[in-house]
Design a protein around this ligand. Structure first.
Ligand code: NAD
Ligand code: ZN
Length: 233
């Protein structure tokens, strides 16, 4: 085995205290998704959207990586082949756990993007309409560097290339309801790639997996990484 492709979703950060998206309520931290995660919502009420991501950013900065993030970082360090982590998460817990080969397909909460010059800049504190773009110096044109509903996910060419080279596809903590990420498991299994799903519950995409590890990511990913490293060494 040479190449492992890992897809992560909100569930991998649940044990770090960051709420997943689709709780029983169907709301994201009490908000309708179309209000806080769509271009139309931002146009309607920019102050609400800025404030929503300001709170997300503060919570992310206060959170710590959990055992699952740490196990994936260990896998990347110790596995003799390539490990690519493609995450739908906007938090930086993979990086803080030590993963290096991480692709954020839905953007990053700790970055801002200029709507004029497209420059992407670090954003660790609050963002609102008074911030100045560090590249073009225009005020009021920065927005959260997040892929909202209706917008194109990032790095799709790199992602499909990594997927086509993989021998193992592991999906962790995603409900499989947001495309294109939700289609990766089916694509992997059509390519004949072995597929493993880690999730305490079954999901819409569960039928596309060869194996299911039912339980919290902290426990299941740690065990899986242990197994993969002992069989590759
Ligand atoms: P989702 O909320 O739709 O689904 C979360 C999944 O995680 C569920 O299937 C649930 O059963 C599973 N889960 C819950 N606890 C778990 C645990 N301890 N271990 C393993 N799995 C667990 O999440 P999604 O599929 O990633 O889609 C949500 C979208 O919302 C993404 O596009 C993402 O950008 C955004 N989002 C990101 C964050 C974050 O950055 N941490 C948090 C919330 C939402
Ligand atoms: Zn700019």
């Amino acid at each position: 085995m040479n190449s492992i492709f890992v897809l992560t979703g909100a569930g991998i950060s649940a044990e770090s205290g960051i709420q997943t998206f689709r709780g029983a309520s169907g709301l994201w931290e009490g908000h309708r998704v179309e209000d806080v995660a769509s271009p139309a919502g931002f146009q309607r009420d920019p102050a609400l959207v800025f404030q929503f991501y300001n709170v997300r950013r503060a919570k992310i900065r206060a959170a710590q990586p959990n055992a699952a993030h740490l196990a994936l970082a260990r896998l990347e360090r110790e596995f003799p082949g390539t490990v690519t982590v493609v995450t739908q998460n906007i938090d930086d817990l993979h990086e803080r756990a030590g993963s290096r080969n991480v692709i954020h397909m839905h953007g990053e909460a700790l970055k801002a993007r200029c709507r004029d010059c497209r420059n992407i800049s670090p954003c660790e504190n609050n963002l609102d309409e008074t911030n100045r773009c560090p590249a073009c110096a225009v005020v009021g044109r920065l927005r959260p560097h997040i892929v909202w509903f209706g917008e194109m996910p990032l790095f799709m060419d790199e992602i499909y290339l990594a997927l086509s080279k993989a021998d193992l596809f592991i999906s962790i903590g995603t409900s499989g309801q947001v495309y294109p990420a939700a289609g990766f498991a089916e694509a992997a299994s059509q390519h004949g790639i072995r597929t493993i799903e880690v999730n305490p519950d079954s999901t819409k995409i569960s039928p596309h997996f060869d194996e299911h590890l039912r339980g919290p990511a902290g426990v299941k990913v740690t065990e899986l990484v242990e197994q993969l490293l002992s069989s590759s060494g």
